[in-house]
Design a protein. Sequence first.
Lengths: 338, 448
Amino acid sequence: MDAIFLQILNGLDKGGAYALIALGLTLVFGTLGVVNFAHGALFMMGAFCVVTLQKVLTIAKRVKDPSVTFFDAYKEQPYLEIWFGDTGRAIIDYVVPISILLAIPIMLIVGVAMERGLIRYFYKRAHADQILVTFGLAIVLQEIIKSFFGANPIPVSAPHVVAGSAAIGSLVGLGDAVVYPWWRLIYLLFSGVVIFGVFAFLQYTTYGMVVRAGMADRETVGLLGINIQRRFTIVFGLATVVAGLAGVMYTPVLPPDYHMGMEFLVLSFVVVVVGGMGSLGGAVTAGFLLGVLQSFSSMTEVKAIIPGIDQIIIYLVAVVILLVRPRGLMGRKGVMES
Amino acid sequence: MTKRIIPVTRRGVLKGGSALAGAAALAPTIFVRGAWAEDFRNNPGSAGSVKLGFNVPQTGPYADEGADELRAYLLAVKHLNGEGDGGMLNTMTPKSLKGNGILGKKVEYVTGDTQTKSDAARASAKRMIEKDGVLMVTGGSSSGVAIAVQGLCQEMGIIFMAGLTHSNDTTGKDKRRYGFRHFFNAYMSGAALGPVLEKEYGKERRAYHLTADYTWGWTQEESMRKFTEGFGWETVAAVKTPVGAGDFSQYITPVLNSGADVLVLNHYGKDMINSLTQAVQFGLRDKQVNGKQFEIVVPLFSRLMAQGAGDAIKGILGSTNWNWSLQDEGSKAFVKSFGQEYGAPPSMAAHTCYVQTLLYANACEMAGTFYPPEVIKALEGFKFDGMGNGPTEYRAADHQCFKDVLVVRGNENPSSQFDLLKVVQQTPRSQVEYDPAIFGGELGPYKV
């Protein structure tokens, strides 16, 4: 029972990350009709907003190690700590939450610039062209990050107060021995809040209503005198911010490196396809569903029956869905069916 | 029918002979060039230089390690050509190198990108051999890559001096006559680490293994189990994890209630960074199980990779091939050269790559030729010192180097950004030696 409970949590946590990335992907596809292969790189850029801020906050006074003479080996003490003591230490400790404030405007600017500077020229081009150009863009973004930060993962810590594990088992009657990292619980909660926020924005605001109308029938909305294109640009920016925030919050779980976006991209595309291209609800449902399935398939008991199932389960589900229901779980009729 | 007989005259013989001599003189030399020399691929003949092929990961997750390997290779080339301070050329014994290239020929190089993918690494090595005409291929940061490239080099008759490869298979079941490994292996890690684990954590422990699902992971797990079970540890479970899994939570949570009190992470590189970071987040190091403190062990440590795990490595035991803090004359000379050239200490991958290049060059000097079978014979059984880790031998039976192995611990209180691993013990070579027959495999022929 403990194992099942923990695997459900693992799946939901993993699914949260998949859902956040897939949400942005499907939003862009649903509004602009663009298949954006650079979306994973945006997730990675969000993570590197944290790394950058961490580097800035930990600019340090260097005390040289006198025993090393052939190169500069030194011990560092951040100026923030020297100047502000415990307050400085606390600011460094909370680098991930603080980075959210930094990442929102940065990712919005990146998203709008990307849409205006490149993506819009590919609206009417074939999906293959869109994939090629956005994939190329992803590689360029990766290499830029690599040239600044190297290829090795860079450690980022969650705030000290939530760095450990929560005895979550006692809350559900499974005893104190069942623990789960605080930060992963926070990530799960965070992804729920962001997903809810995006849905609320699209569902309950006039702006969102117009966007949804544009997704359903762009031409008619245009004929009503609404500049739907500008709204879609903002939606692209919103999708970029969502991907970036997913990356920011994931840094304590997975030390960021320049390639991390690519690792999530393929899985997120599978999530979008399974959920239904352009379906926001489908992306979220499929994200959590596939996350949980992946976790359960990793259990020793399951692998004893079907060896290696943990490595193929997501793709297996995708194949079955595409064969049985090509439009995906919640996809619109006609999309991906021709 | 009558036969017409052409009379042989003195004038005719002279005319025909002159024509033949002229034709021979004017014929393209391509048909006869080098026909007198030993017949082997990429024979430099009378050229003034020789080319070596440095095949390292320049892209992908091990790009930083590959960059460090490349720095070491460039330094080795410099020292071989008599430039710089000479590095380990000043400490290596016995030594046939003279600092004037190899056999008087200037050393040049080409580089390739393995991408840490076997197919890409083979393609890159093939290009270097066929197009660039390299005499020797070296490098790499993965056992899968090393085994693939080693196989290719055997087929093509080119010597392969492996870079970072730690699987027992490289010089075990997949060993090749043309392949040589200076780096230690998984068996030696187990042999060195085992007694330290016994001393620090006792004989009654229950271990849970998470293992990267490829050749290195399998042999690392096998070796760790052999030695830990040998002194009484029980293996609760051994779970294979996909390479590059990223999130290991689904593999770590079963450890929590498995009754294990030690987690052995048979992971390297990014997998090690991620699994260790996440295991610490799951509170494993704060747990008490079976009345004992829960412990995590990382059998193969690298300083470059340890940087990525941050504070999570502090206090963790593991093994490593070499560390820049070693105080023997060879290590000090290399750290000095490398540090002055690049402003940072070399990694263990850089060390092994540098040494491999020098050893190959030295073997050519000893053999007095670049002809691979003779160079191989010079390397086989070669005993040397002054290159770190004490007296070392390239065992003829499997082309594995035997030397002291370092057991290290993640430094709790580093004195600098490079002081991440503390040497706990320099395990003597005699403790990590084994019978080459236990891993099987055939070296294959000298002449291919």
